[in-house]
Design a protein around this ligand. Structure first.
Ligand code: ACO
Length: 709
């Protein structure tokens, strides 16, 4: 097994071969060679085809075996049945990267052949891109090794796409939008090279100012999270992911599982990494174009300048939605805009120049905002009026955009009107002036700029691991495993809670009526009783739970009823006894869960708990490991957070103990991969300083792993 080739050579190959180069203009093999030659690739090109000859002024080699030179990249465009042999040829030659254009592998069920190719490549230290891709473009090498459109504009946006067709369409879109690319890479089936490999290069590449990724599915999520965290502090990373629909949600045995619909988890983890997820491709493109050129704002004080009240209110709504902070110091706003606003206008934010404003009034107001040391960015809105002829619009926008660029302050324009206004937008966008027809799009761009700024300012790579007794954890896991179970019995869950330091109500398991009464009297009334049986997981459904038992008589009745109900529910169930436990005062009920997510590995969940958890869906997710600060943010993120702060004169709840519990579960599922799902529901939160208690704990184990895999 050789060391894997450096990913740099995928973007900066000194020599490129095309296997399947063809003189037939209708074939992909022709288009690849044409794009490489016409794109101005400065390295050495080796078209390969058994027929030999010449193609586009290049000698065609009959086989790679004829080539004496070292080859950094060999693009494969031969049919699927000949691909393995072509890769063998590359391996013999010591090629570093093999982008495989060819389709017909795992995407249509032929995973075995794909694995065989990757195995072969790995043995020789070769990296495989794809298969099932449209290729790679790298501005640094002037290399267009794709069968997409020619003449890709060079610039600072890098695109990584899992969909080939969408990628080719994106190249077209970037041309229309005048967005220059530093790279575009199609990852296809991601048999070997994935987004993390590419990000490693792109985050260090000086030419790339922003990375746009189109993702359909995540495979090595833990690695991706670590890479994204690093990348997003170096440059903005924008992602578009398909699959927001609920169909992807996992039907699991726990709340955590069913609440952790893959899209919610993806969304939360992208935020955790500081990655901005676009609602649509259009939004993502808008962000890329804007962020690639916008100056970094010094602060977040934003001012809206408008000639219409209605559009000003729309912009105010949009600002709230996208977290754009509107500057509201009335005195300073009056001082700044008083002299440029008519008496019947408004100097409050939005600054309303009124329908009477012409280009001069806009120039004066925008210049005042640019000159103010209290204003960090401007949102300029225009509604077409007879006073301000749209013919003069482009000039006003262009000159102010220029002044702001030189002044190092961001500005975004949104204009609304008829044909003239629309065509003005088209012309200015071609010139990369940030102007939008829809006010929400304009504000969304500013919001993205601030989010990126905030992320960098608040970023910390701290990880807070909790102090858990891993030996005891493994003992509890081993006990369940030895009995051939993939879930824990209450006593094992209790052991597990002891191992990670989460308190549970006082309890005892009674094997007969006398023991039940004795246990209740020792614990103190009121008590709760629950059936203990490995075959009865949903105890309430079985009538196996009795709450709030106040005295001996109630305990006796409940003991008998529980046993009868359980027998009726499942006559062959093994009944190991009845658990008697302290009945707690139930105050704020939360849920803390953790699981091994299919895509991202260890993840944690926090939310409002109790029986309504799945109805309310008021939950937050994060990937583990995480810092205390991230866990705190997670708690603050849920809609019901005010309940923890105390409502209607209640005391503040013990939020720190909740945060501790989240960190404990995060540490548990990271250090013990055999725990596939764990859920504390409800986790009752007491007043500040009085801690939390887990009333019910559900633990599922993976069926195949050893306890610490
Ligand atoms: N070395 C060099 N050349 C070879 C070899 C080899 N080992 N084997 C065959 N060739 C030559 C062939 O002789 C042929 O040359 P010719 O035109 O002179 O006869 C050339 O390679 C191409 O082979 P063909 O059999 O003609 O194959 P064709 O070009 O029709 O298809 C392709 C090959 C394009 C790889 C096809 O199999 C394929 O997978 N197409 C789909 C590609 C795709 O869509 N990828 C995903 C992109 S993303 C998206 O969806 C847009």
């Amino acid at each position: 097994m050789n060391r894997p080739a450096d990913i740099r050579y995928l973007f900066e190959p000194r020599s490129v071969a095309v296997l399947g180069a063809s003189a037939d203009r209708s074939k992909i093999g022709y288009r690849l060679v044409e794009n490489i030659v016409r794109g101005g690739y400065a390295g050495k090109l080796y078209p390969v085809n058994p027929k030999g000859g010449e193609l586009l002024g290049q000698k065609v080699w009959r086989s790679l075996d004829e080539v004496a030179d070292e080859i950094d990249m060999a693009v494969i465009a031969v049919p699927a049945k000949g691909t393995y042999q072509a890769v063998e040829q590359c391996a013999r030659h010591g090629v570093k990267h093999v982008p495989i254009i060819t389709s017909g592998f795992s995407e249509m069920g032929n995973a075995e052949e794909e694995h065989r190719i990757v195995r072969l490549a790995r043995e020789h230290g070769m990296r495989v891109l794809g298969p099932n891709i449209f290729g790679v473009f790298s501005a640094k090498s002037s290399l267009n090794a794709t069968f997409g459109p020619p003449g890709i504009q060079h610039g600072s946006v890098a695109i990584v796409t899992q969909s080939g067709a969408l990628g080719i369409a994106m190249i077209g879109k970037t041309a229309v939008e005048n967005i220059g690319l530093s790279a575009i890479v199609s990852v296809g089936n991601k048999a070997d090279i994935d987004e993390s490999d590419l990000l490693t290069y792109l985050m260090a590449d000086e030419q790339t100012r922003i990375v746009l990724m189109y993702i359909e599915g995540v495979q090595h999520g833990e690695r991706l999270v670590a890479t994204l965290k690093q990348a997003a502090i170096k440059k903005p990373v924008v992602v578009v992911k398909s699959g927001r629909s609920k169909r992807g949600a996992i039907a699991a045995a726990s709340h955590t599982g069913s609440l952790a619909g893959s899209d919610e988890v993806f969304d939360a983890i992208m935020r955790q990494c500081g990655v901005m997820r676009g609602e649509s491709l259009e939004e993502a493109f808008n962000w890329c174009k804007f962020l690639a050129a916008a100056p970094t704002p010094r602060g977040e004080n934003t001012v809206i300048v408008t000639n219409g009240g209605g559009i000003g209110v729309l912009a105010t709504d949009a600002s709230e939605k996208y977290g754009v902070k509107l500057y509201d110091d009335a005195r300073l706003l009056k001082e700044t805009f008083g002299s440029v606003t008519p008496d019947f206008g408004s100097t409050k934010n939005p600054v309303d120049l009124t329908g009477q404003a012409g280009p001069q009034q806009y120039d004066a107001a925008l210049a005042a905002a640019l000159a103010s040391e209290h204003i960090d960015a401007t949102l300029a809105l225009y509604c077409e009026t007879a006073i301000f002829d749209a013919q003069n619009l482009a000039g006003m926008i262009r000159s102010n955009a220029d002044a702001y660029r030189k002044g190092g302050k961001p500005i975004v324009f949104s204009t609304l009107g008829g044909e003239m206004t629309e065509s003005c937008i088209g012309v200015l966008r071609k010139e990369s002036v940030p102007v939008f027809g829809e006010v929400y799009q304009a504000v969304s761009c500013l919001g993205a700029l601030y989010r990126q700024r905030r992320h960098i300012a608040e970023y910390s790579d701290a990880v807070d691991e909790a102090d858990i007794d891993i030996g005891l954890v493994e003992k509890a896991v081993a006990s369940a495993r030895a009995a051939g179970r993939t879930f824990m019995l209450p006593r094992e869950s209790r052991e597990l809670m002891r191992a990670i330091g989460v308190a549970m109500p006082q309890n005892a398991v009674a094997h007969n009526l006398d023991e039940a009464v004795k246990a209740a009297e020792t614990i103190g009334y009121p008590v709760v009783m629950k059936i203990v049986s490995p075959e009865i997981i949903h105890k309430s459904d079985a009538g196996g739970v009795a709450l709030d038992l106040e005295n001996k008589e109630e305990v006796i009745d409940a003991y008998q009823a529980i046993n009868v109900n359980a027998r009726r529910y499942k006559p062959d169930a093994r009944i190991e006894g009845v658990e008697v436990s302290q009945m707690l005062v139930r105050t704020t009920e939360t849920i803390v869960g953790a699981r091994q997510d299919k895509a991202f590995g260890p993840t944690v969940m926090f939310g409002l708990g109790g029986i309504y958890v799945e109805v309310m869906k008021d939950v937050a997710f994060r990937a583990a490991p995480l810092s205390r600060k991230e866990a705190q943010l997670m708690v603050k993120e849920i809609r019901s957070y005010p309940l923890l702060l105390g409502v209607r004169g209640e005391k503040r709840k013990d939020i720190e103990a909740v945060v501790d519990t989240i960190l404990k579960l995060a540490t548990l599922v990271r250090r013990c991969r055999a725990v596939s799902d764990i859920e504390l529901n409800p986790l009752v939160v007491y007043d500040h300083g009085q801690g939390v208690k887990a009333l019910d704990v559900r633990v599922l184990l993976s069926s195949s792993l050893s306890s610490n895999d």
